[in-house]
Ligand binder design. Structure first.
Ligand code: MG
Length: 351
């Protein structure tokens, strides 16, 4: 179909799903052992587009808020071919915020669009699979013996990402360095407070082979983040400070780069616009994830070849992924030629 079909008829279905984590996950400010997801499907003419919202508690979304939002969505307004911008504007009119449930709809639309067009999403978005960056594997804050156990799970990964912001960040890095010499990313999750202390730590981290640092200071403290960015020999990446498109321009001069996540950007359409905007502004780009299944991981992987760094380890950190694991080779996700996201269902997930 390549005409405006005013009779286009779609149905929306959704189910809550509790995604269990392999290890209790601790970052600078929070700890949890599972994540509520809302699995969303859009059905048309025998085709189904799959999407999901990963609603990590600190982002403020929940089963209740997602259900209330979805009940207000009138999918009869989604004509074909999809006008992704108009649809996102419509979703933003329903309610501000709530980017994860908006992402669920956008991802399902992209999957359905690829299936109707008989093309992979990565191709429709202009990605070259050969440019796929390696994906890092994230290790949360834990006792040294648990950290060592988690690092054993990281075999096959070319980069490990470590959550800092504990009382002994150097000790954590030393523990990791006693087990592996892989390149490391570190994520302070806004946990640092003192500029001079942070700069000392950054120089030390540089000597330990750390390749980038995420969100050192509070997202509401641009001055400290900018001060460190100006002096740091390692790229400083804004994550919590960068949610949607208008935040990209604000990151210029404060961070070297931005961490785009579909659950913050309200999906793939706006993430692609953020990538283009960051490139225009000379900002480096990382694409990251929340606790996600193969579905949202493939959605982000479709854009990852357009980014400098990928942190898409969701399916490796969970135990009840309801979909098949996508192919992963040499530390990278492999984009397949399946139409849409290229998501493979298991028998437990019906078509
Ligand atoms: Mg982060």
């Amino acid at each position: 179909m390549n005409f405006l079909d005013l009779t286009f008829n779609m149905q929306l279905t959704y189910q809550p799903f509790e995604l269990e984590l392999k290890h209790t996950f601790t970052i600078a400010k929070f700890s949890r052992s599972s994540t509520p997801l809302m699995l969303v499907q859009l059905h048309h003419d025998g085709f189904t587009g799959y999407g999901e919202a990963s609603m990590v508690p600190y982002m403020g979304e929940s089963y209740a808020s997602a259900t209330a939002f979805l009940q207000q969505v009138d999918v009869s307004r989604f004509t074909y071919p999809f006008d992704f911008e108009a649809i996102l504007d419509y979703l933003d009119e329903i309610a501000p915020g709530q980017p994860a449930i908006k992402a669920a709809i956008d991802i399902a639309l992209n999957d359905l669009n690829g299936k109707l067009k008989q093309q992979p999403c990565w191709q429709l978005l202009g990605s070259d699979p050969v440019q796929m960056p390696v994906t890092s594997f994230t290790v949360g804050i834990a006792s040294p013996d648990v950290m060592v156990q988690k690092l054993k799970d990281a075999k096959g990964f070319k980069v490990v990402k470590v959550k800092l912001g504990s009382s002994d960040d150097k000790g954590l890095i030393n523990t990791i360095r006693s087990v592996t010499d892989v390149p490391l990313y570190v994520d302070a999750n806004q946990g640092w407070n003192d500029c001079e202390q942070a700069l000392d730590l950054v120089y030390w981290l540089h000597e330990q082979g750390i390749k980038l640092i995420e969100q050192p200071f509070s997202k509401t403290d641009p001055d400290s983040n900018a001060w460190l960015t100006e002096r740091s020999p390692i790229p400083i990446i804004g994550d919590e400070a960068v949610q949607r498109l208008p935040d990209v321009a604000k990151a210029k001069g404060i961070y070297h780069g931005i961490n785009i996540k579909l659950m913050k950007s309200a999906g793939m359409f706006e993430a692609k616009r953020m990538i283009d905007e960051a490139n225009k502004l000379g900002l480096k780009i990382m694409i990251g994830c929340m606790s996600e299944t193969s579905c949202a991981t493939l959605a982000a992987a479709a854009l990852a070849p357009q980014c400098h760094w990928a942190d898409l380890d969701g399916p490796f950190l969970t135990v009840n992924n309801p979909y098949k694991m996508p192919d992963f080779l040499d530390g990278r996700w492999v984009l397949n030629n399946g139409f849409g996201l290229g998501l493979s269902l298991t028998e437990s997930v019906s078509k």
